[in-house]
Design a protein around this ligand. Structure first.
Ligand SMILES: [Zn+2]
Length: 526
């Protein structure tokens, strides 16, 4: 990823940074009596991988009261299985305990479960499960009651309660309609439980070859900064973390009061302006396929309000990272950026659009002109099947990696975990093939090359948070973050990239704990 030196045989590390990069012969001169030499046996080494947008949601062990039942396609491919998996959890819990699930796939189950399905699981436990998009959820009757949601409820701004033919609630909640349900869960894990839960999620990222992650927490979490700070101070961060500032915490947040270092730093301000691609709530200029009345859910705020928010963030000298998927949402976001005054000389803005999924050439041209970074979804593997609802005519302009790179727009690789898997090798496979789990290809014109895919998850992601001078390539002076693979990327067919194993992940020249495959590395005496 260093254009001046695209490949090398080895490197040296001093004080957690790369101190030399070159051939084995050249490296001989850098080996002193105290140098530890590690022979990777000609394994392929990449710069540490960076995920520019994911969610470090705490992972609680099975049996924990905050444990969520995994309802993703790999475990739950039929409605009966979904009921059985939730029922198992309910049987193990006292009456009244919330039963939570995440990741159900309507496209695999043959439709969305509704309250009647969840009432079959239990009427003694409130049940709340979230779709794989994270943007729609289903509740059973008891959960709706405990949340104070009845048939008389009105749709909130930016959300909708779905109803059946006799206009009774069917338990399906879109976007902001799920807020009363989340509030009713009153989950109060202890600080130590939160630390352990977040640490466990970060370790999983490290096992997959990531050395830096950008946490794009969307809403206020009182524990967000304290937990990351405590993990950093205790030396328990397995990966470097950049934390975005949720917009509802922005006004009170003072970056200068927060001690930043190579392990933990503050990133852009995260703003929601729009809805979900995979949840099929994104606001579109043309209707969803086969639903001529359905243009998605309009954002709750006006153009004027959005302009003011963007202006506020920009005046504070911070980056705005605005979540937006539908072309109609993106148009509003672009208009807000276009209204900013001219950049003071010497200052780069690098404002970002998160996802920017349903694109057109004119919208991309405006993004280019505004100097934006696009954090595009790379999840056709997991969510390609949901693109059916947008119609084939739109596929070649969705997740428009090829077009953006050709136009010179910086693209930041990301998984949006847990929306798609935080495994960069699977993300590369998805970017190169545009093939979904069901075998079908969506938008082949937007395929990119292996080198380009790796660039988005290294130098591109680093650029998106102003860290390209210290991360993203194996270059003298940069932080010694790198990852050792069990086979050659170039020699692996695009459709098999996800099978590549991570031998070890290194952060600042130290092997990340617990990672990865049990391959002994042989330290040699000089
Ligand atoms: Zn996200």
């Amino acid at each position: 990823m260093n254009a001046a030196r695209p490949s090398a045989e080895g490197f040296s590390v001093t004080d957690s940074r790369f101190s030399f990069v070159g051939t084995n012969r050249e490296l001989d001169a850098h080996i002193g009596p105290d140098t530890q030499v590690i022979d990777l046996a000609r394994a392929v080494v990449l710069p540490g991988l960076i995920d520019a947008h994911l969610h470090g949601v705490p992972k609680y062990p099975e049996g924990h009261r905050m444990h969520q039942v995994d309802l993703s396609a790999s475990t739950t491919d039929q409605m009966a299985t979904l009921v059985a998996r939730l029922a198992k959890q309910a049987q193990a819990r006292p009456e009244g305990d919330w039963i939570l699930g995440f990741g159900y796939e309507d496209t695999v189950l043959g439709g969305h479960p509704d309250r009647s399905v969840l009432d079959r699981v239990s009427t003694e436990h409130p049940i709340y499960i979230v779709h794989s998009s994270g943007h729609r959820a289903v509740a059973n009757t008891l959960a709706l009651e405990l949340s104070g949601v009845s048939d008389e409820v009105r749709d909130p701004p930016g959300g909708a309660f779905l109803r059946d033919a006799d206009s009774k609630l069917n338990g399906i909640l879109l976007e902001s309609a799920s807020e009363p349900l989340r509030a009713a869960q009153k989950s109060t894990p202890s600080f130590e439980e939160l630390m352990t839960g977040v640490e466990s999620t970060l370790r999983q990222f490290s096992v997959n070859g990531l050395t830096t992650v950008v946490d794009a927490t969307p809403y206020r979490r009182a524990w967000l900064f304290p937990v990351y700070r405590a993990l950093r101070d205790a030396g328990r961060l397995p990966v470097r973390v950049v934390v975005m500032v949720p917009f509802d915490m922005f006004e009170e947040f003072e970056p200068t009061n927060f001690k930043q270092d190579d392990w933990l730093s503050i990133g852009p301000v995260k703003v929601f302006h729009g809805n979900s691609l995979s949840g099929r709530t994104a606001w579109l200029s043309e209707p969803y396929l086969g639903r001529p009345e359905d243009f998605g859910i309009p954002p709750a705020r006006s153009q004027k309000e959005l302009n003011a928010i963007v202006r506020l963030i920009d005046e504070k000298g911070m980056q705005a990272a605005i979540h937006s998927n539908g072309d109609r949402e993106i148009d509003m976001v672009l208009s807000a950026f276009e209204k900013l005054p001219k950049t003071p000389s010497g200052r780069e803005r690098r404002h970002r659009i998160e996802h920017a999924s349903v694109m057109t050439r004119p919208l991309l041209e405006r993004a280019k002109k505004a100097g934006l970074v696009l954090a595009l979804h790379s999840y056709v593997f997991e969510h390609g099947d949901k693109m059916e609802d947008y119609g084939a005519s739109r596929w070649d302009w969705m997740h428009a990696h090829r077009a953006a790179l050709d136009m010179g727009i910086p693209v930041a690789g990301n998984s949006d975990y847990p929306i798609s898997s935080a495994k960069p090798m699977l993300r590369f496979q998805s970017l190169l093939t545009r093939r979904a789990r069901n075998g079908k290809v969506y938008g082949a014109k937007q395929r990119i090359s292996l080198t380009e895919a790796v660039e988005t998850f290294t130098i591109g992601a680093a650029y998106s948070v102003f860290q390209e001078k210290i991360k993203g390539s194996i270059t003298i002076g940069k932080l010694a973050d790198f990852v050792v693979l069990d086979r050659d990327l170039d020699a692996t067919p695009a459709g098999n990239l996800s099978e590549i194993g991570i031998v070890s992940t290194w952060v600042g020249g130290q092997r990340s704990p617990g990672c990865c495959m049990n391959v002994p590395l042989t330290p040699q005496k000089p």
